[in-house]
Design a protein around this ligand. Sequence first.
Ligand code: F6P
Length: 328
Amino acid sequence: MLQTIKKIGVLTSGGDAPGMNAAIRSVVRTCAFHDIKCYGIYRGYEGMIEGDFVEMDARSVKGIINKGGTMLKSARSTKFRTKEGRIKAHEQLLKAGIDAFVVIGGDGSFTGAMIFNQEFNFPVMGIPGTIDNDIYGTSHTLGYDTALNTVVDAIDKIRDTASSHNRLFFVEVMGRDVGHIALNVGIAGGAEEILIPEEDLGLDRLVESLRRSKKSGKSSSIVVVAEGDKIGKSVFELKDYVDQNMEDYDVRVSVLGHMQRGGSPSCFDRVLASRMGVKAIESLITGKSNYMVGIKNDVMELTPFDQAVKGKSKINMELLRVSDIMTI
Ligand code: F6P
């Protein structure tokens, strides 16, 4: 292998996701395998600007494959959005002799890496880590599979109490821009309706659907709502609306929030993280830069950062139809 890179930095940036630790472990161990020094960069781009680096060897990442969160910590850096901040970060990397970095994060983190690469011709590679799965160029981001399982588990528990009390629950799940989580957990959790950013169901149709389900003999219901859903109402406003328009319903709201980002990564996320780390480092070694590593049809692929950042991650429309049929 062509090898001019001697020291690689790795950072986690943006919202954390289960599997980030497994990806750090993979990056560090793939570096060790290829005789490349690896440096952990703490607190995302903030730590890069401050030169908060630590040398990591194969043993320094022991016991983390099963841990949620990120041992390197994460941050959303406003300083890195400024040219001044990026100049400082570049100086710190040069001072430490780091000649490439891998960023594990979402599209905001990739935009930063892309600009940095353009400004300093610095080799960069991205690993998609976000529970929202809202990144173009990969069928799965790190943390998404774990989050799905976490949310389904929570919905199963909510279902127990919903059915004991004959209640209707609005369950808010994460997903600012894309409804992947809502759609999948909605089907898996047997939700009556699924409200997602991609589709505006409308309040009247929602009420109509709930009336229909009551008539068909259902005594309790769950409506899964993505935080960015298009009806444009918060879950609490949805509750008020249903309270006012359907007196025979006892309605409750459950906002799952940040618990969705925690927990031990699933087998799928651990394997994906391991594969992505290998692909990222071996791509850098062969002279590739400015790409995001992704998985498509179980094959690791590279997508240029500009496409990963500009492209839209689309939901599977077939799932909407499946959900409609399941809620008859
Ligand atoms: O990780 C993505 C995400 O979970 C979004 O769905 C959510 O809106 C956001 O992060 C919240 O993150 P934070 O509270 O860290 O800003």
